[in-house]
Design a protein around this ligand. Sequence first.
Ligand code: DP6
Length: 333
Amino acid sequence: MATARSTPNIAFIKYWGNRNNDLRLPAADSLSMTLDTPSVEITVDHADTLSVQSFQANGSEKVLQEKDIARFQNHLDLTKEYFHQIGLASVISSSTSIILRSHIPSSIGLASSAAVFSCLARAYAGLIKDKTNLDDEQVSIIARLGSGSAARSIYGGYEALIAGEGDVIDSSYGMQVANEKHWLLHDIIIVPTQEEKKVGSTEGHALAWTSPYYRKRLDQMPRRQKECWDAIMTKDFEKLQRVVEEDCWDMHNVMQTSIPPLQYLNDETYRITDAIEELRESENIPVLYTMDAGPTVHLFCPDDAREKVLAFANAQKGCRIFETKVGRGAVLL
Ligand code: DP6
C-alpha cells in the first residue's frame, strides 16, 4: 500500500494539442508553476480488479461515472505498458485499488486531473518501491499517461513538460526548471462562474489541429518557452508577464477558431483582464493574468504585490476568490 499527495499546476506556457492523443504526447513544450494548495491524496494497493473510490472536499463520496473509471483503467493499462518497456513487466501483476481524497473545492474552477494523475503516479511509484526506485522523470511519464499537464505537478516550483519527438511512450516527460524556493509567486484565483466546463481538455486537445492558427502557434512555442524559462531564472516579472499573457490569448484564439469552436472565457473574464491591465498601468503593480480551459482568472504576483492584488480580487462582485502560491509538487506520504 502507498499514499501520495499532490496539487494542481497552472501553465505559463500552455499545453494545447497532441501529436499523439492516445499516448498524450504533446505537440509542443509547456511550462508551469505548481501550486501549494489545494491538494489531493491517493492511496493505492495491489488488487485483482480495478476499484476506484473518490471522496470530495466535504468528505462525501463522489459517484464516479463509467468514463471516469475507464480513464483510470486506461491509465493503468498504459502504465503497465510503460513498465513493460523499461523491464519492469511484473511490478503490478494484476490490478490496483485506488482511494482518492480531494481537497479541491468543486466550485473554484481548478481542473483536478493534473493533481490526481501526478498523485496517482507518485503513489504507484511508492507501491513498487521495494522492487525498483523510479526517478522523477519516470514518475512524470506515468503522470502524463493520465493527464498531460500532470507530468508537471510531479515537481515543485517551476517545471516544464518537454514534448520530445516520435511516438514512443516515454518520448515526452516533465522536468524541473527551478524549485519552490527559487521565487515566491502567489496565484490569486478569481472564479466568475461555477458552471461546469462544457468540453473537457481531453476532447479539446483533439480539436487543436482544426484551427487555422494552430500551426502558427506551434511555430511560436519554442521562442515563448525560452523567454518564459529565462524570465523565471532571472526573476524578471515584466518579461514573464508579457510572454504569459501572449501565450494565453494565443491558446484561446486557437480554441475559439477550432471546429467546432471552444469558448471557455466569458464576459466576466474579459472584464477582469481589462481591469487588471488598467490597474497595472495606473498603479504600476507587478501582476499577470492567465486562463486555462475555463473562465477562471489566475492572477500571479510577487510577494510585495500580494495585498494589492488580493484587494483587487476581493472587490470583484459575484466572484469567488481562492488564494494559493508556489508549492512543492507530488510527495509520497
Ligand atoms: C488549458 O492536461 O488537462 O490547462 O491530458 O486531457 O488531461 P489532459 O489535458 P490537460 O490539459 C491542460 C490544458 C490547459 C493548459 C495547460 O495546463 O498547460
